[in-house]
Design a protein around this ligand. Structure first.
Ligand code: GDP
Length: 529
């Protein structure tokens, strides 16, 4: 393959993830996106995917019972001239640090908002993570077939709460029972909505021009007049789409529609494939790596255990940063300084594992991991560099973990440290006690850890409540001040799984007081590997 052919392949890629609050419609829109990408023939098939062939390991059972997907997948499909990689972000109870870290492996995000509710909590949190890299955001206002809030107010809320300008690309005509469709500002056309066609790609009626009298006939003269009035207001009060501001994460194009009715999803995909960036350069400790570089490089952002119950293996998800992967190629595992031959990487096509023969910058591949790969690891073609920007995130929930059989303390610690290397949870050991504290971002992880400790490390552990609200990694350049801080705050200090000093705060108030008291100490919410 010539260099220009590789550059063409890379230029086609759009790698994105969805951020949303639970129940805003992420699963539904994923389905519709796959429908448009011809990955599935009919919507209604994504939830519970593959569950029939899961074996009976404990936490797979848990997954089945809850009907949620612990296993995250990557879905690749062609759309327009592009090849789209959609990375699934665990959402409900399976929300975890993996959700956050997946956002460090994409080049853009789709933000789905329930237009009846507006900006919700989880979305705010996830947006904080996308801010770390100023990721471009495309917005979809969902559920227009319901009674929604005033569209102008929704845009205002995104602007003020998420600190991002909005550029509406489509504008709704009515909502709920009187939802008639959207007017596409860039195409100057009205696309009419029909109910009852959500499972398929529908034939739509299009009316060209905002002043076309056909519009009045189709939606009624009241709604047509209202649309024209609103558009005047919108054009005066909101922003025009600006590619540069979009690419720097300062402005989001906004689409209206209904995922359930499969309406507007294609407009959003058209915008996303046209404007969202091709694979972006990534920072490493020594230099910036361009996607177009000839030599292969990539980093691991997620480790998933037991994907395939037939092999009790772990899969390390790697984002390819530059060049091309081919089956059997040799790469350098930089952290351990060894060259490894990768013959059996996998890709994840809508839940099925397939052997990847080749993959390009922007793609995700899965490496079989027998314990040598950790989150944040860099793989290259013989160059010594380490990608940055794949951090740990401060947990938000904490439990003390205790053994049923106290003789197995060593096993427990080993298990916890290994599981924390996979990013499932984090483990903290207070400096002044023998407690072991497990911290997680999502509550399901606690159960997963106990189940895996039992099946993989043969230890039975239970949780007890503990009075910890949050954790921060602490640093200080001034050794004397750090010393004083450590002496005075020893009861609140702990070491994490990688022996990094952490401040464990019983309350948020306690944290802010300590931050005020020790202004020279940095209290970090994320930690680089
Ligand atoms: P997730 O939790 O974000 O993955 O949300 P789901 O896709 O599971 O959707 C949550 C609920 O909202 C489900 O009952 C969906 O059928 C419903 N839903 C999703 N999109 C729409 C929509 O456009 N209109 C309506 N009325 N309901 C929707």
């Amino acid at each position: 393959m010539s260099n220009s052919a590789i550059a063409t392949e890379i230029g086609k890629r759009r790698t994105f993830a969805i951020i949303s609050h639970p129940d805003a419609g992420k699963t539904t829109i994923t389905e519709k996106v796959l429908l448009h990408g011809h990955k599935i023939q009919q919507a209604g098939t994504v939830k519970g995917r593959g569950s029939s062939h899961h074996a009976k390991s404990d936490w797979m059972e848990m997954e089945k019972e809850r009907g949620i997907s612990v296993t995250t997948s990557v879905m690749q499909f062609p759309y327009n001239e592009c090849l789209v990689n959609l990375l699934d972000t665990p959402g409900h109870e399976d929300f975890s640090e993996d959700t956050y870290r997946t956002l460090t492996a994409v080049d853009s995000c789709l933000m789905v908002i329930d237009a009846a509710k507006g900006v919700e909590d989880r979305t705010r949190k996830l947006m904080e993570v996308t801010r770390l890299r100023d990721t471009p955001i495309v917005t979809f206002m969902n559920k227009l077939d319901r009674d929604i809030r005033d569209p102008m107010e929704l845009l205002d809320e995104v602007e003020s709460e998420l600190n991002m300008m909005c550029a509406p690309i489509s504008w709704p005509i009515g909502c709920g029972k009187s939802f008639k469709g959207v007017y596409h500002l860039h195409r100057d056309e009205t696309i009419l909505y029909q109910t009852g066609h959500g499972h398929t790609i529908q034939e739509v009626r299009i009316i060209k021009g905002i002043d076309n009298p056909e519009l009045d006939d189709a939606v009624g003269s009241d709604l047509a007049a209202q649309l024209r009035d609103e558009l005047e207001l919108v054009q005066g009060a909101s922003n025009e789409f600006d590619l540069e501001l979009f690419l720097s994460g300062e402005l989001t194009p906004v689409f209206f529609g209904t995922a359930l009715g499969n309406f507007g999803v294609d407009h959003m995909l058209d915008g996303l494939t046209e404007w969202a960036p091709a694979p972006q350069p990534r920072e490493a400790d020594v230099r910036t790596i361009e996607a177009s570089e000839e030599k292969f490089s990539g980093f691991v952002f997620k480790i998933q255990a037991n994907m395939d119950p037939k092999h009790r293996d772990r899969i390390a998800f790697m984002r390819v940063v530059s060049g091309k992967y081919t089956q059997g190629m040799k790469m350098k595992h930089v952290r351990i300084g060894k060259t490894v031959s990768i013959s059996d990487a996998v890709t994840f096509m809508a839940g099925d594992r397939e052997r990847a023969e080749e993959a390009f910058a922007g793609d995700i591949i899965g490496l079989h991991n027998h314990g040598t790969i950790q989150i944040g690891d860099t793989f290259t073609q013989n160059e010594d560099l380490k990608f940055t920007g794949i951090p740990n995130f401060a947990p938000e929930m904490f439990r003390r973990i205790r053994l049923k059989d106290p003789l197995k303390q060593k096993q427990l610690l080993k298990g916890l440290v290994q599981l924390s290397e996979e990013g499932a949870v984090q483990v903290f050991r207070p400096l002044d006690s023998n407690d072991l504290i497990v911290g997680a971002v999502g509550v399901l992880q606690f159960e997963v850890v106990v189940a895996r400790l039992k099946s993989e490390y043969n230890v039975e552990a239970i949780y007890e409540p503990i009075n910890v609200a949050t954790a921060r990694w602490v640093y200080c350049n001034d050794a004397k001040k750090m010393d004083e801080f450590q002496r005075k705050c020893s009861t609140n200090l702990a070491l994490d799984g990688g022996d990094n000093l952490t401040y464990i705060a019983p309350t948020m108030v306690n944290l802010s007081l300590s931050m005020e008291r020790y202004p020279d100490v940095e209290f970090a919410k994320t930690r680089e590997h």
